[in-house]
Design a protein around this ligand. Sequence first.
Ligand SMILES: *Cc1c(COP(=O)(O)O)cnc(C)c1O
Length: 408
Amino acid sequence: MADKSFPYSGFSSLAIHEGHLTDSNYAHLTPIYATSSFVYDNAEQGMRRFSGQEQGYIYSRWGNPTYREAEEKIIAMETFGIAGAHGEPLALKAYLQSSGMAAISTLMMSTLKVGDKVLSHYSLYGGTQEQFNTLLPTFGVDAIIADLRDLNLAEDMLKQHPEIKLIYLETPANPTIQCVDIEALTKLGKQYGKLIACDNTFATPYLQQPFKYGVDYVVHSTTKFLNGHGTAIGGIFIGRDREDTKARTYKIFKALGGSSSPFDAFLLVNGMKTLEVRMERHCSNAEKVAAFLNNHNAVASVNYNGLSSHPDYAVAQKQMRHPGAMMSFELKGGLQSGINFMNKLQLCTRTVSLGTCDTLLSHPASMTHYSVPKEQRERYGITDGLIRMSVGMENVEDILNDLDQALR
Ligand SMILES: *Cc1c(COP(=O)(O)O)cnc(C)c1O
């Protein structure tokens, strides 16, 4: 392990070394601590652990050394190169979870109570949308959904609904790769005394660091680019190291019961070590794929942040290191052309999800959004011929060749 004071000059060094502690048996990698509980030398030690007088693990739903390495790595990545308002290091707390949805549940349950409202925008991850539409209202919490790319509208909403407690952002978002301005919305939200959370799954901390703009919380589905290999479902809640995060959120996290598993945490830790090199390849491939699709005569339009035609191009340029590896495109010819295209793919993988080594394509109208009425999904930009793509790390010529033959 690198010395604590070692000044990492780059992201990969930190992703590889940060969070690793010397193991008592000198194992090179942090072992999979497959244990439900941790023991005490005597009753007094048990007492000290439970009262918080002594640091130490108690029960794996509350914390585990394998989760810890993942939590510390993600904190290090989310804060790399960022300082607090007075130059102090940014202190965060993180809780590794069994899924992205578990992390989002921890966020909602620990920040909202009956009568509160949450302000968010269109085009969110399906599970999040489901929480806003059907789950939270049964607990007396309503979501207000507005186009938060319009800052005047966002301010109107804050004025009209003083019950808003939390502003929830997801950027870039599914499937049209919409972006919202984290800095501007955080500044506005703070003027009105609101909490701000950001789902940073699509970008990863390598491409975007929401804490830089003053948000209170970040959530991730680690299932995607952070794990990077599609080997485990996982999520993480990260909050500023404040009383609310340490006391209330930790309590809710333990009580909801959505903690990770040591095996999944191990896969995540090792996946994240290569995040920078993977993202570089994902991103450079994505740029070439976007340019290719944009010039293809079977394609009506391409949604990619890196194309100046995308309505959120400027926002993406401002807050992301690179526009990323997610895009969607509209085929000429609607539903049947979407189905035909998907069936002809030979190299690329037909699946939902994102962020794995291989290129993944899905056709929302016939898959994830098959049961959503056409008018409703079209309001979210999910048209019949829309294809969503997570550009992988294959040699780009192979991706382009496969797309080309499938588009014919
Ligand atoms: C996948 C995803 C989630 C949910 O994560 P799970 O790990 O599937 O529970 C949340 N937000 C975004 C943006 C996602 O892509």
